[in-house]
Design a protein around this ligand. Structure first.
Ligand SMILES: *[C@@H]1O[C@H](CO)[C@@H](O)[C@H](O)[C@H]1NC(C)=O
Length: 248
């Protein structure tokens, strides 16, 4: 009898140990997936830069996990043709050598894309996809390549139906500038105008705003100014002097 009881309590102990082991394993696993839980964060506002500059499209892991063992993929339209692919501790693909990332900064969860010597054609919405082996997360950063174009000039034209209109046009802008019209009394008449723009061969915009005019004597001014948000921008910068036309 004594022997059987001992055997029974031994097997109960074995069972308990096995449960403990299972629970430990379970906790260990949960621990791993907690550690692997991250998101990719980036600024919600577009990054604004100028042609010829070097720019950083900021993106980082939160929490700041070491991303050296992760896969980092920057792309614009197609995830399968990335602008940059970091995998197996190396940059494996670059659509252009001007695009790179700092492998050293990956250990702090910094997966930012660096674009050197920016061109107008770099103006795009970039997506950053990070894969840890267990989890895949994505963010996006918009890049605006600002080009301040030529001063606008106004010309007058009239169609056969005797409708007269003023045409305020300019070229070599990116993105499209904000246009406003004022009359002689300083009243804002922009809502009566229409705007159209087209891309030239360099990818820059030719912009033209048309204002139909009714009154016989008036003075109109047309103002074009950059609308790209740039926090450190001096308030006057980018505003071209107004063009005036006196119409008799
Ligand atoms: C992230 O890396 C970029 C590119 O190397 C660097 O310019 C930026 O300062 C880094 N950001 C932080 C928060 O360290």
């Amino acid at each position: 009898m004594g022997k059987v009881e001992r055997n029974q309590s031994e097997s109960t102990m074995n069972l308990q140990m096995r449960w403990t082991l299972l629970i430990l394993l379970f906790l260990h696993n949960t621990d791993i997936s907690w550690a692997d839980n991250f998101i990719v964060v980036s600024p919600s506002k577009p990054v604004v830069t100028y042609v010829g500059e070097d720019v950083v499209l900021p993106a980082s892991l939160s929490p700041a996990l070491n991303a050296k063992t992760f896969e980092v993929r920057w792309f614009t339209t197609d995830i399968m043709t990335p602008e940059l692919l970091y995998v197996n501790y190396n940059i494996r693909l670059q659509s252009d050598t001007r695009r790179t990332l700092s492998i050293d900064n990956l250990k702090n969860g910094n997966v930012s894309l660096i674009i050197r010597n920016v061109r107008v054609s770099d103006d795009d919405l970039y997506r950053c996809n990070v894969y840890s082996g267990q989890r895949e997360e994505e963010t996006q950063v918009s890049l605006t390549v600002e080009v301040l174009g030529a001063q606008p000039s106004i010309s007058m034209s009239s169609t056969d139906g005797q409708k007269t209109q003023l045409d305020c046009s300019t070229e070599k802008w990116n993105p499209q500038p904000e246009v406003s019209w004022r009359d002689m009394n300083g009243a804002d008449v922009t809502s009566q105008s229409t705007i159209k723009s087209e891309q030239d061969s360099e990818g820059l915009l030719r912009v033209s705003s048309v204002l139909p005019v009714k009154e016989e004597y008036n003075v109109f001014s047309c103002l074009m100014r950059s609308k790209a948000p740039k926090p450190d921008w001096h308030s006057g910068l980018g505003i071209y002097s107004t063009s005036l036309i006196v119409w008799h």
